[in-house]
Design a protein around this ligand. Structure first.
Ligand code: C5P
Length: 218
């Protein structure tokens, strides 16, 4: 199969030297890319700026902002059977990018932010993607309810729900513990393990979803 994976944070420029971003390390997305490659799949890894090295033998597309990630996904999605959106895309960007470095001329500075494009939410509609669609949901409250709601709204096959309020897992750590929330309402927990082990589990589940989709078409 050909699998598109988004990973890492995005950076939303304020001026030529500053940006808004988040603490995503890219580890979960990169582990997914490695697990998918090891399972024999072709991988396109659309990645925001991270400090880790991408796995060998995957096609790497580097982007900075949410808008660039949106365009890269638009370009590559139609050739893919599966898309896994593990990137922590910034929800807002500065309304304007100052052409020069902003000077500290005042005691207060108010930033005007506007929404970034919803890449996962554009997959089915605007991009016309018909393959297996997987999103992530990082929540601190009502994890499963939010994930199930997101699964329906974004027309995903699966949402990987991540409780980011628990110490030692999730953002920036090597371990994770997730709950898989499927489109039919079923849930499947994956206990705390390395992001590599979790990634292998997710790839196996995605292969199962793809088989069902194929047999439903026959
Ligand atoms: O709504 P929320 O940001 O929690 O959704 C998270 C999921 O949506 C992740 O799979 C993330 O990669 C994706 N996402 C996206 N584009 C955005 C925001 C989130 O693809 N602008």
């Amino acid at each position: 199969m050909k699998i598109l994976i988004t990973a890492g944070p995005t950076r939303e420029a304020l001026d030529p030297v500053r940006y808004l971003s988040n603490r995503s390390s890219g580890k979960m997305g990169y582990a997914l890319a490695e697990a998918a490659r090891d399972a024999g799949h072709d991988v396109v890894l659309v990645t925001g700026p991270v400090s880790i090295t991408p796995p060998d033998k995957v096609q790497v597309v580097r982007v900075e902002s949410a808008a660039e990630m949106f365009e890269a996904v638009r370009t590559h999605l139609s050739a893919c059977d599966v898309a896994i959106f593990a990137a922590a895309v910034a929800d807002y960007r500065p309304a304007e990018v100052a052409p020069q470095k902003i000077k500290k001329a005042t005691d207060e500075l108010v930033l005007h932010l506007v929404r970034t494009p919803d890449i996962l939410g554009s997959a089915r509609g605007e991009f016309g993607f018909k393959g297996v669609l997987v999103g992530f949901a990082a929540e601190t409250t009502d994890l499963i309810a939010h994930a199930q709601d997101k699964c329906l709204r974004k027309r995903c096959d699966l949402i990987v729900a991540n409780d980011v309020s628990q110490p030692g897992i999730g953002f920036d750590s090597s371990d994770n513990a997730v709950t898989l929330c499927f489109a039919d309402g079923t849930v499947e927990p994956i206990a705390q393990a390395s992001k590599s082990a979790i990634a292998r589990g997710i790839v196996t589940v995605v292969e199962r979803l793809q088989k069902h989709r194929d047999s439903a078409r026959d």
